[in-house]
Design a protein around this ligand. Structure first.
Ligand SMILES: Nc1ncnc2c1ncn2[C@@H]1O[C@H](COP(=O)(O)OP(=O)(O)OP(=O)(O)O)[C@@H](O)[C@H]1O
Ligand SMILES: [Mg+2]
Length: 316
């Protein structure tokens, strides 16, 4: 077999022309200490607050507390698998969740991973979880009701679109039932619904999904689940993830109803994460879209009432 020198030269020339070196530069740090869902990492000097980082085993973390020599990371996964000295890589993107029609009808975790076994979420669009909410002056006045379908509520304490409403009641008094009825009542109204289950038992969430499916409400509803067994940081960010998904539709001029069930469990998760509070999370859940936030009273009052009362509505 003969080789022509010209041919070889042209092939080499072609390879040289097509050579495109891509150096993947990433910032890498080292875990100094880890515990209770929080890691302190040294070396991530250029990381931004709210930026995602990756631990070994594809465990995602969120840069939270930026200090001079270390960064506090909340671990959005199983922190027991992370050890001192492990490598941490900055992912150069803020914590985002998939948004759009692909999430409608799905049951997902707060990071957008499917939990319903119906395959991956095929969405091209994502939206950052941490966004500054529009100020009061930028918002339109509340001028249109959001019908819950419960006559007593719609007549006496109507919920307006753009408004948030807190449902307070003792345990097992029907707070979740009111919220689920409100979601079911949005059928054929064009309102997209998001049910964020924080710290609930899996069996309770499965029951809610069953009711929504039976009523045909899953056609326009997304269920975001961060159950009682999920790490505290995931329970903490769940309402923000649901809000980001709803805000995608809100900015398209569509109407959404978000239910946070329940915020007392999210508050407990927040306290568990608060060793690294940097004050970078604003009070954004239920700020710009309609919501009926279910909240149990047992975490609010040091002296819970012994008598079971009916759920009451209170603007928040
Ligand atoms: N209007 C109603 N009439 C009769 N039963 C109801 C009504 N509303 C809810 N229930 C029943 O009461 C029980 C508790 O309801 P639900 O789970 O909604 O309460 P909850 O206040 O959300 O409880 P938790 O504090 O555990 O979250 C359920 O079995 C539900 O079916
Ligand atoms: Mg409930």
């Amino acid at each position: 077999m003969k080789f022509s020198a010209d041919e070889i030269a042209s092939v080499i020339q072609q390879e040289i022309d097509q050579y495109d070196s891509q150096i993947d530069v990433r910032e890498v740090g080292t875990v100094l200490e880890v515990g209770d869902g929080i890691a302190r990492v040294h070396g991530l000097t250029g990381v931004a607050a709210g930026e995602m980082v990756e631990f070994p085993g594809n465990i995602i973390g969120l840069a939270f507390n930026l200090e001079e020599n270390s960064v506090g990371i909340i671990i959005l996964g199983d922190y027991l698998k992370i050890n001192e000295g492990d490598e941490v890589r900055a992912l150069k993107s803020l914590l985002s969740v998939p948004v759009g029609d692909a999430v409608i009808g799905r049951v997902i975790d707060p990071l957008g991973n499917p939990l319903d076994g119906k395959g991956p979420i095929n969405s091209d669009e994502t939206r950052p979880v941490e966004v500054i909410a529009p100020g009061v002056a930028e918002r339109r006045g509340v001028h249109e009701p959001m019908q819950t379908g419960i006559k007593a509520v719609d007549a006496m304490t109507p919920v307006g679109r753009g408004q948030r409403e807190l449902i307070i009641g003792d345990r097992k008094t029907g707070k979740t039932a009111i919220a689920i009825d409100a979601i079911i009542n949005q059928k054929d109204t064009g309102v997209k619904c998001f049910y964020v289950a924080v710290g609930q038992k899996d069996s309770s969430v499965a029951g809610v999904i069953g009711v929504l499916e039976e009523a045909g409400a899953m056609d326009y509803t997304t269920v975001i689940v961060s159950g009682a067994s999920a790490p505290s940081p995931l329970q903490y960010i769940a309402p923000y993830a649901g809000t980001a998904m709803a805000e995608h539709f809100m900015w398209q001029g569509q109407h959404c109803l978000i239910v946070y069930d329940d915020l007392s469990k999210q508050a407990v998760a927040y306290r568990e994460c608060s060793t690294v509070t940097a004050g970078c999370w604003n009070a954004r859940p239920n700020s710009t879209t309609n919501s009926v936030a279910a909240r149990s009273p047992h975490c609010r009052s040091s002296k819970p009432s012994k008598a079971r009362s009916r759920p009451t509505f209170q603007p928040t």
